[in-house]
Design a protein around this ligand. Structure first.
Ligand SMILES: O=C(O)C(=O)C[C@H](O)[C@H](O)COP(=O)(O)O
Length: 214
């Protein structure tokens, strides 16, 4: 077997479970289950919790244990050590903003790695990754960039993330090389602060209804 595991079969599966991969930033552990429940009630079951807050690993552990029907992944994974910690907490997959050789070798969990340029896509392909996050999607060139990359590299499928919202998601999802989009707009920080879980369910349900691929 190659020392680079590359795209695991579960990654395309998770990328096609729904149109939106919600990027969750959880400041406080008591928000973890209400937030997960709000997203699940809106119709999203594959969840990405970024390792950007102190309670992120505990939040992954809690949601993985208490909501076994959801698929919880860890975002902002930067190193193989992050990957090991996420796996230990019960995450089912990993998302990273970029890709390094060390991260490409990790085999703790299926990885959706981030790329931004044609060279980075080629490097990822060399390491056996065919399903990638395009990050940060809008600042890095958005739809014209994804169309451009799709010319010479049509075999690669993307989850654009960064700057995506209810207004532009449909245009990204209309591209042949986009399977889903990632974003935080369904779980805005303000609604989280206010404990307005109904608003998060509303935004999620709206996104699922509007953007599910036929
Ligand atoms: O931490 C990561 O690994 C990320 O995925 C970075 C950002 O959280 C997403 O790019 C969300 O971006 P917005 O939807 O524009 O808020």
């Amino acid at each position: 077997m190659s020392k680079y595991p590359g795209t695991h079969a579960n990654v395309p599966k998770y990328m096609t479970t729904g149109p939106v991969l919600p990027v969750m930033v959880i400041p406080s552990l008591d928000q973890a289950l209400p937030l997960a429940d709000a997203l699940i009630a809106g119709g999203i079951t594959v969840l990405e919790i970024t390792l950007r807050t102190d309670c992120a690993l505990d939040a992954i552990k809690l949601i993985a244990k208490e909501r076994p029907d959801a698929v919880v992944g860890a975002g902002t994974v930067l190193t193989p050590h992050d990957a090991e910690k996420a796996a230990k907490a019960g995450a089912k997959f990993l998302v990273s903003p970029g890709l390094t050789k060390e991260l490409a070798k990790q085999d703790s969990l299926p990885l959706l790695p981030g790329v931004q340029t044609a060279s980075e896509v080629m490097q990822a392909l060399e390491w056996n990754f065919t399903h990638l996050k395009f990050f940060p999607a809008v600042p890095a060139g958005g739809i014209p960039m994804l169309k451009g990359i799709g010319g010479p590299l049509p075999q690669v499928k993307f989850c654009p993330t960064g700057g995506i919202d209810a207004k532009n998601a449909a245009d990204f999802l209309a591209l042949d090389n986009v399977l889903c989009v990632g974003g935080s707009w369904v779980a805005p920080a303000k609604a989280m602060q206010d404990g307005n879980w109904a608003e998060i369910t509303r935004l999620t349900a709206e996104a699922v209804a509007a953007f599910s691929k036929a």
